[in-house]
Design a protein around this ligand. Structure first.
Ligand SMILES: Nc1ncnc2c1ncn2[C@@H]1O[C@H](COP(=O)(O)OP(=O)(O)OP(=O)(O)O)[C@@H](O)[C@H]1O
Ligand SMILES: [Mg+2]
Length: 221
């Protein structure tokens, strides 16, 4: 793991969560019970940090990331977002009938970036992740790994300060996995931050810190 230098700890916090609680309702009424998932989670991410979030299946990693992004409301606690976020969900939210190009156009409009900048960004994402040849192929006809590349590419499109990635490389081949880490390293050098949920942290040295979500709380690993 990278040594956390004095410099890193003096960098500004770009994303912070305090006292986050979350429980889901489980089972049909009237036998409905509450399933506690997060209990007083505190978290912060600094400029230029690459942080890993691990934990067993069902420990609440995706729930926490959805709360950090603002896609899900916590029961208690607050999230402070001091920078632009890009989010790559665990289950891609894509349109079966649209092509990769059409997705980039659509998301470009949603992010409010002009079409020239969108096309340039799209091109560099295709090159960086190696899927330009699928530009005009509909999502319904893509392989799982290419869907994962598109899912990540859309999170990168507006060049966000903070990237939140929920198991981004689960479907990647080895070459793409290495390209992915090149991309993360470039972002880190330019002072952007990345939070990555993964079960595969064999490459621990690629992270500044790794947090383990256990019993509803994050603990340093
Ligand atoms: N919408 C929901 N309604 C009810 N329960 C949910 C909902 N979403 C998640 N859960 C439950 O909350 C717990 C945490 O789920 P979550 O998806 O956050 O886990 P995770 O750590 O991301 O797991 P995985 O490694 O399998 O992706 C699980 O027990 C799950 O069944
Ligand atoms: Mg998950």
């Amino acid at each position: 793991m990278h040594a956390t230098s004095e410099l890193t700890s003096s960098k500004r916090v770009v994303l912070a969560a305090r006292g986050i609680d979350k429980a889901y309702k489980r089972g049909p009424w009237p036998a409905r019970r509450m399933l506690p998932v997060l209990a007083d989670v505190n978290f912060s991410l600094r400029q230029g940090e690459v942080v890993g979030l691990v934990g067993e299946n069902g420990s609440g990693k995706s729930t926490l990331m959805k709360i950090l992004v603002g896609a899900l409301a916590p029961d208690a606690g607050e999230v402070e977002r001091a920078a632009r976020l890009g989010y790559c969900p665990q289950t891609p939210q894509l349109y079966e009938r649209l092509t990769c190009d059409e997705h980039f156009e659509l998301f470009g409009h949603a992010y409010g970036i002009d079409s020239r900048r969108e096309r340039e960004a799209r091109h560099s994402i295709y090159v960086a992740l190696g899927f330009e040849r699928y530009a005009r192929v509909r999502v319904s006809q893509l392989s799982g790994g290419t869907v994962a590349k598109l899912n990540l590419g859309l999170a990168l499109l507006a060049d966000p300060d903070v990237l939140l990635l929920d198991e981004p490389y689960a479907g990647f081949d080895w070459d793409t996995y290495l390209r992915f880490w090149d991309l993360v390293a470039e972002r880190r050098i330019s002072g952007r931050s990345v939070l990555i949920i993964s079960h595969f942290v064999a490459d621990e040295e690629r992270f500044d810190r790794i947090l383990d979500l256990r019993d509803g709380r994050t603990v340093p690993r």
